[in-house]
Design a protein around this ligand. Structure first.
Ligand SMILES: NC(=O)c1ccc[n+]([C@@H]2O[C@H](COP(=O)([O-])OP(=O)(O)OC[C@H]3O[C@@H](n4cnc5c(N)ncnc54)[C@H](OP(=O)(O)O)[C@@H]3O)[C@@H](O)[C@H]2O)c1
Length: 283
């Protein structure tokens, strides 16, 4: 079986490596080292955000790696304070400046913030459409959008997001949003794919890991990719960065996939904020 990372087609004709490296909560001072380690192992997709405060270090790591810019897929996200169009334009300029790149592969609205900006996330989306038209964002998408938010974009704009990056892991399958995404050719990106480590002690996950001779993290990441979702586990630990990359040389059978899917606790399994009420704006 091929052990390389598959590229998945996006609805706009571009493609994205199904496995990437997430840098949420990596201190800027540790980011260059962590991203360099990931690139050395073979990751070619990095997921950052203005809110994470480490875009500059992501860009530095890519330059220091010696890889061609075009070989690495970079995602960043519009921070919550910048949804108004002029602010979004300035924020996007700053993201490219921090990365020291003249384009980004994927740019997302980080949160819909339906209780802020008079409920208007459509203007922010239309501003992202500008970035795509001028070529500085190759693809555009959303994050933490619920079905109602996606339906509103569909009704009021002409562009379908390439991806919707949402919380998904065995304790929170987020199936309604995933099904909506699938039906509209929007790829689901699963954030916190191992629930920040919380699913790794689960007895079912441990049992499966023993059966297939893999680690709990590899089993859970493999479950995600077999469901067709995109993942980018975060780690600052070199051995884990490598472990999380080795998920394309084994397969889980249908019954095993089902056992993991059955761990879903519905809304009770959600670890992060509820996108319908989340209104945090960093100052
Ligand atoms: N769009 C959004 O709103 C949003 C929200 C959250 C996350 N994200 C994205 O999703 C990415 C991943 O999510 P996440 O960072 O929240 O959590 P995660 O990837 O589910 O888990 C990261 C945690 O698990 C540990 N870990 C990683 N690999 C491990 C392994 N093989 N065995 C044991 N422990 C392991 C890490 O520890 P060490 O680092 O100490 O090794 C870290 O504490 C983020 O980095 C970010 O890019 C997006």
């Amino acid at each position: 079986m091929a052990s390389t990372v598959p590229n998945i087609s996006l609805n706009d004709g571009n493609s994205i490596p199904q496995l990437g490296f997430g840098v949420f909560q990596i201190d800027p001072k540790d980011t260059v080292q962590a991203v360099r380690a990931a690139l050395d192992v073979g990751y070619r997709h990095i997921d950052t955000a203005e809110m994470y405060g480490n875009e500059a270090e992501v860009g530095q790591a890519v330059r220091e790696s010696g890889l061609d810019r075009r070989e690495v897929f970079i995602t960043s996200k519009l921070n919550n304070g910048f949804h108004r169009p002029d602010d979004a334009r300035r924020a996007f300029d700053s993201t490219l400046e921090a990365l020291k790149m003249d384009y980004i592969d994927l740019f997302l609205i980080h949160w819909p913030l339906p209780t802020l900006y008079d409920g208007d996330f459509v203007s922010a989306w239309k501003t992202l459409e500008e970035f795509r038209r001028d070529g500085r964002a190759r693809s555009i998408g959303v994050s933490n959008f619920q079905v109602a938010h996606l339906e509103r974009l569909a009704a009021e704009t002409g562009t379908v997001p390439a991806v919707n990056q949402i919380e998904v892991h065995p304790y929170f399958g987020n199936e309604e949003v995933r099904a909506y995404d699938r039906g509209r050719d929007i790829l689901t990106e699963a954030w916190s794919p191992i629930a920040q480590g919380k699913v790794l002690d689960d007895p079912t996950v441990i049992d499966i890991a023993e059966q297939v001779g893999r680690t709990p993290a590899q089993v859970v990441l493999r479950w995600h990719v077999q469901r067709g979702d995109i993942v980018f586990p975060k780690s600052v630990t070199p051995s884990r960065i490598e472990e999380n990359f080795r998920i394309f040389d084994f397969e889980l059978d249908d019954a095993t996939m089902e056992r993991i899917t059955a761990l879903d606790k519905g809304e009770a399994g959600r670890q992060g904020p509820d996108p319908d009420t989340f209104d945090y704006v960093p100052r």
